[in-house]
Design a protein. Structure first.
Lengths: 316, 316
């Protein structure tokens, strides 16, 4: 196993100006997994740790398996699968959550399969920070641990989230979440405060934050700050923004898969830039349709044509 | 004369979380002129067309002259100089106008000095579109005409603005203005509608819009769409955002000065990318202090160090 992903598995009901879909396959681990499987496409390279209820549609699991994702880490519990209902309006830069039913996520106690614990790359996609912490603890000595999160956990689980962020090598956060965590409107200053730990529970005295911080800016691209260098990159200019759900998960999943693919334990600036270019292009496909459909049907030719176009647009 | 600039000359009263300055030298032509003078620094290359009142401080005109800007096109009229009072809050991405006194701008009837009319490059910085149109008409056959504007003119002078935009080779607009003009939240679609003329008064039947459109996105950089190619570029990640006033004027003034410096009549993608990199870096300095002060005191060493750093950040 090269890359272990933990995060939610769910069914989403999503409304945008382009329509509504009900109970469509979604969740952070699912989106990140599908993205990672495009890069690490041989069997046995990407494993998902998540939980589903007894109502899970076997054909959805089949979709994931057909992408060579290892589902040994997905537990089935009594009850219903996690459900999220959300809406996007206007420029669609932020989801409005209409309803969340945690269901089986509420009682999920993740168990990383024994043979996955030595995997070098771990991505904790968005899920309760206590679950992320538990997975980090079960891993032996991963070379790179990445963490994503959401505004909800900043609001109600700041301490648990802070502790997870201190254990991460890389954090992926929306820019609004970085500003919120640091209570600082200037993104560069807010990122500095997260990285040096002063924006986290316990402050800088409790240790530094994630040395590599990627602020995801949606249609405005990204800003990544690491020790010694900074990368700024615009998004792919999309005219077909149908549904942004899963965009951030796809983005982070692709970055981690690219790093895992190159096999480096200490990725360089160039490794990251390449990974971020792939991630930006992958994310641009996800927003072009509802749920996981765009990634499931994406073919290599279409992907690589856009990758070329994006490199030209940014002058890379 | 290589580059003629028309736009406002004014005194600004600006409040941000970092303080307040009163009646500081400002105006679109002033900011654009100072920016252009950094690139085209020999005497007689940049001329300003604007208007001041009898209350203009001679030392402010001296500052502009000391940057080798030709002020022959600046008229002095009876009355007071244009004044603007504005405020920025939070992430400082938008100015809130508290007061505008047009004063002499209200009766300004621009006269382009005879010997400037053959100049190859014209930049109409923000000012009433009728004044922009008058200046365009007085020019003989400029190789490149660029136009900037503001939300006010979209609101109250859409027809006059549309007519100016149809005569422009390049338009610089804030992304919010592009969306507003096109009544379309997706920026790429909105830009297409401005470029093909369908978002302008009279619609696409009345002719196309500006073939080259630069959407200025403030701290999120820019998106430029031209016939056959697209350029996306992030902003320089600034931690010292003191006052964004003049940022857009500095940006556009620098682009036009770089194009004028290279002397090309049909700038290539590479010409634009280089100009946009310079413009982004120049703009990053303006936001680091109030009014024109940062550009007036900027030295070449500091500028070029940041230019190098920015090229690395974007991987150019």
């Amino acid at each position: 196993m090269d890359l272990v992903l933990v995060g939610s598995f769910g069914y989403d009901t999503i409304s945008t100006q382009h329509g509504t879909v009900e109970d469509t396959l979604g969740g952070a681990a699912v989106h990140a997994g599908l993205a990672a499987s495009r890069v690490l496409h041989q069997e046995g390279r990407v494993g998902l740790v998540s939980v589903v209820g007894q109502d899970v549609d076997p054909s959805d699991l089949e979709i994931l398996r057909s992408h060579n994702l290892d589902l040994t880490g997905i537990e089935t519990l009594e009850g219903l699968t996690f459900r999220w209902t959300g809406r996007y309006e206007g420029a669609m830069d932020q989801a409005e959550t209409l309803n969340t039913d945690l269901n089986v996520l509420q009682v999920f106690n993740p168990k990383v399969p024994e043979e996955w614990r030595s995997a070098p790359y771990l991505f904790c996609a968005n899920i309760h920070p206590a679950i992320q912490a538990s997975v980090i603890e079960q891993m032996e000595s991963p070379a790179l641990v990445a963490v994503d999160s959401m505004n909800l956990w900043i609001d109600i689980e700041r301490e648990a989230l802070s502790s997870v962020l201190r254990r991460a090598d890389i954090a992926f956060l929306n820019e609004a979440e970085v500003r919120m965590l640091a209570e600082e409107p200037n993104l560069v200053l807010a990122m500095r405060a997260v990285r040096d730990g002063s924006a986290l529970s316990g402050g800088a005295e409790a240790g530094r934050g994630p040395p590599i911080l990627v602020a995801k800016k949606g249609e405005h691209g990204l800003l990544m700050i690491a020790d010694g260098y900074t990368i700024a990159m615009p998004a792919y200019p999309s005219r077909d923004v149908i549904d942004p759900t899963g965009c951030g998960d796809t983005f982070a999943g692709t970055v981690m898969a690219c790093l895992a693919e190159s096999g480096v334990e200490n990725p360089t600036e160039k490794d990251f830039r390449d990974a971020l270019i792939h991630a930006t292009v992958a994310a641009s496909f996800v927003v072009g349709g509802f749920g996981t459909a765009p990634m499931v049907k994406l073919d290599r030719g279409t992907y690589h044509a856009r990758l070329d176009r994006f490199r030209r647009i940014i002058g890379a």
